[in-house]
Design a protein around this ligand. Structure first.
Ligand SMILES: Nc1ncnc2c1ncn2[C@@H]1O[C@H](COP(=O)(O)OP(=O)(O)O)[C@@H](O)[C@H]1O
Ligand SMILES: [Mg+2]
Length: 485
């Protein structure tokens, strides 16, 4: 058998011998094979005849079979070649653009996908370098979802680029910061939900204000813990201020710390000196004028889009920016979940900085992780816009609880969209997002406006976001010079 098998390989370099030699060789081989079979009739075929085995319906032919090219719709091909070709089954939702893998059209609506069981959480993350088209996708998705009666909120718009999008969809923009007319009081507990009793609401306000004041002091001091005594003083001060005022404002808190009233005045005076100095910065110090007045804006939950333009704080101190983020985030959160719950897309531009603020306010990311769980019940979909995985890595030392919470947040987002990446970041992204070599190569070649979508467990798309001229007019960030992050 071995000799015959090795003789079979001679045929591979047949083009090096003449036709006559080849014919002789074939004859010899055929004889050898037939002898072998004759010697041992049980032996299977040892080499395959050129025209195929001789038995009925075997389509024996000397020529290679060349079927005509077949063109089919991606749905037909998807059925014909399951697991190889994406069927691009039309998913209802906001149209994004063509899927460059299946050539089908791609639409997206996180609530529909959730309803269809494709994803287990509504939240999404977009990763990509500056200028790759992340904001453009966030804006396109948001504006197109608004047309499907979804609601959108942007709690922190550091570049002031969402005001035009809000204008485009008939939404509202609130501008806060130094010199702006609108104010949000960070200690404002928001609208009272209809089902809350007086007692429940009083307790809720008390809890909220106490947590918030602790967070403000932590940010101002750039620390993550407060001495025990200050927890007590904060509660006592707030209790006294609430007894005398309808609105709890930071100046009233400061006054109470400087000149305490009531039966616990001595205790406040003894333990509140450091607090008094910390809060002074918000009243007369470097962070003054932004957080010391009652809220002037009301949250209209029926408006398609609410954006908070925080571009005026861009030159303020890091603490002022962090306080601003904390304030606007809570305002949107409490206003939108306290009233009638509606599916709402909450877009976090510069999400890494926002997460850093949460770390700085002492809650770590525990609060954020909890928010992700609650979000599902309220139909809230968070959309985090990040530059790179390294931004999450920076939130805590490798192996620390914070670090795993940061990466866990990414795992909580069942829709991961990658835009162009720096070549140096590809390895880390591939490891965290679980790309194989082909997917990594696909990401490496992504053009501006193209994203690699990983949806749920096993849906992959390579989608180009198509924008109309009108949309470009409202969404583009580089019409007045270089693009922004
Ligand atoms: N899908 C797209 N189609 C056409 N132009 C795009 C697209 N995406 C981005 N751009 C262009 O790139 C610029 C930067 O995009 P942007 O989304 O602001 O980037 P970033 O990733 O920094 O948020 C936009 O102003 C626009 O001109
Ligand atoms: Mg951007």
């Amino acid at each position: 058998m071995n000799s015959t098998q090795s003789a079979g390989f001679v045929r591979d370099d047949a083009d090096r011998v003449s036709r006559r030699e080849l014919a002789a060789k074939r004859k010899q081989l055929a004889k050898a094979a037939s002898d072998t079979r004759k010697d041992s009739p049980d032996l299977p075929w040892v080499w395959l005849p050129e025209k195929g085995e001789r038995h009925p319906n075997n389509l024996r032919t000397a020529r290679a079979v060349r079927p005509p090219l077949h063109r089919g719709s991606s749905t037909t091909l998807g059925v014909g070649y399951p697991f190889l070709a994406e069927t691009s089954d039309a998913m209802p939702g906001a149209f994004i653009g063509p899927d460059l893998l299946s050539k089908g059209m791609f639409s997206w609506d996180p609530w529909v996908a959730y309803g269809m069981g494709i994803i287990r959480s509504h939240s999404m993350v977009i990763l990509g370098v500056k200028g790759s088209g992340k904001s453009m996708l966030a804006k396109s998705l948001a504006a197109r979802l608004c047309r499907l009666r979804r609601r959108v909120a942007v709690p922190h718009d550091p570049n002031g680029e969402w005001a035009r999008v809000a204008e485009y969809v008939g939404g509202v923009t609130v501008q806060i910061g130094p010199g702006a007319a609108d104010r949000i009081n960070p200690l404002d507990a928001g609208t009272r939900p209809a089902h809350f009793t007086d007692e429940n609401w009083a307790y809720e306000q008390q809890q909220y204000q106490s947590h918030k004041l602790q967070a403000i002091v932590k940010i101002l001091r750039q620390t993550t813990t407060l001495p025990e005594v200050e927890h007590t003083i904060i509660d006592l001060v707030l209790q006294n201020v609430r007894a005398r005022n309808n609105h709890v404002l930071l100046p009233a808190v400061w006054d109470e710390l400087r000149d305490p009233t009531g039966p616990n005045a001595a205790e406040i005076r003894d333990g509140g000196l450091q607090l008094q100095h910390s809060i002074r910065r918000v009243i007369v110090g470097d962070v003054a004028g932004m957080f010391d007045k009652p809220t002037t804006v009301t949250f209209d939950s029926d408006t398609p889009m609410v954006t908070v333009d925080t571009s005026l704080v861009s030159k303020a101190s890091d603490e002022a920016k962090a306080l601003m983020r904390l304030t606007t985030n809570d305002w949107i959160d409490r206003s939108s979940t306290g009233t009638a719950d509606q599916a709402r897309l909450v877009i976090h531009e510069e999400a890494a900085v926002a997460l850093l603020t949460e770390v700085a306010s002492g809650s770590g990311l525990t609060q954020r992780a909890a928010d992700e769980k609650v979000a599902r019940h309220h139909g809230k979909a968070n959309l985090y816009v990040l530059h790179r995985i390294a931004d999450l890595d920076a939130l805590g030392d490798t192996g620390s609880a914070m670090h795993s919470q940061a990466l866990g947040l990414l795992a909580d987002c069942d829709t991961r969209i990658t835009y162009a990446q720096h070549p140096g970041e590809l390895g880390r992204s591939a490891a965290v997002l679980g790309w194989n070599d082909t997917q990594r190569e696909l990401v490496r070649k992504l053009q501006k406006g193209e994203g690699f979508w990983q949806i749920g467990e096993d849906t992959l798309r390579h989608v180009r976001n198509v924008c109309t001229t009108t949309e470009m007019h409202y969404f583009a960030t580089d019409t007045h010079g270089g693009s922004r992050a």
